[in-house]
Write a protein that binds this ligand. Structure first.
Ligand SMILES: CC(C)(COP(=O)(O)OP(=O)(O)OC[C@H]1O[C@@H](n2cnc3c(N)ncnc32)[C@H](O)[C@@H]1OP(=O)(O)O)[C@@H](O)C(=O)NCCC(=O)NCCS
Length: 182
């Protein structure tokens, strides 16, 4: 069975110089790794495309340097991209609880499982590190995110009225959601 194609390296923006040909998988594959400082421009770019209040590259650098914060990136390869970062999640752990700081998937890459894979990886790691609870805040009008968290088993445990104001006529309510990891 053919599972990969040999294509000219110019198809791969990250191809190593000097190599003329690169192997691209025919089927889309994705893998998750811890973010590196070199990934910061990609994180900032995806964040800017996803939120009205974009975080700067230096804000991402500071977060990556915080030892309580973990950042996971998901990279996709297929016939048109190779190991391209298409999404990320940032989580802060304090004692036995953790909080999702943000999660975003590149708009062109949504609805194909990347967000769910990132959340599963975070929960797997936190469980392995023996954390008990994971919290997050989500705009009650953000249907894709709400449906994702509900699918994963998060439950609403509180709310902050008028919390999300940026770029809106009427500020919307934040839901505080929680899942038990144990
Ligand atoms: C929320 C977000 C991260 C989801 O990422 P994604 O890769 O598109 O999500 P997935 O493909 O993994 O979807 C997993 C589940 O989430 C729900 N979901 C995600 N997007 C959805 C949409 N547009 N409509 C309905 N349900 C959706 C579904 O339950 C889906 O499961 P299904 O495919 O079995 O129906 C993405 O929409 C995003 O980056 N949004 C902008 C940033 C943001 O709002 N972040 C959350 C801040 S709290």
């Amino acid at each position: 069975m053919i599972t990969a194609a040999l294509l000219p390296a110019r198809c791969d923006p990250e191809a190593i110089k000097g190599e003329d040909w690169v192997i691209f998988p025919l089927k889309s594959t994705a893998h998750i790794t811890q973010a590196q400082l070199a990934d910061v421009p990609f994180l900032a770019d995806i964040h800017k495309k996803s939120f009205s209040r974009a975080w700067s590259a230096s804000e991402f650098q500071a977060l990556l340097g915080d030892d309580k914060v973990s950042c996971y990136v998901i990279r996709r390869s297929n016939l048109i991209m190779k190991d391209q970062i298409i999404g990320f999640v940032l989580v802060r752990a304090v004692l036995d609880e953790a909080e999702i700081l943000t999660i975003a998937v590149d708009p062109g890459q949504r609805k194909s499982g990347a967000g769910e894979q990132l959340m599963h990886e975070v929960m797997r790691q936190l469980y392995a590190d023996r954390l008990a609870k994971l919290f997050l805040e989500v705009d009650e009008t953000n249907q894709p995110a709400l449906l994702l968290y509900q699918k994963l088993g998060f439950e609403k445990v509180g709310e902050r009225k008028g919390y999300y104001a940026s770029g809106k006529e009427k500020a919307s309510t934040a839901w505080i959601m929680q899942i038990n990891l144990g």
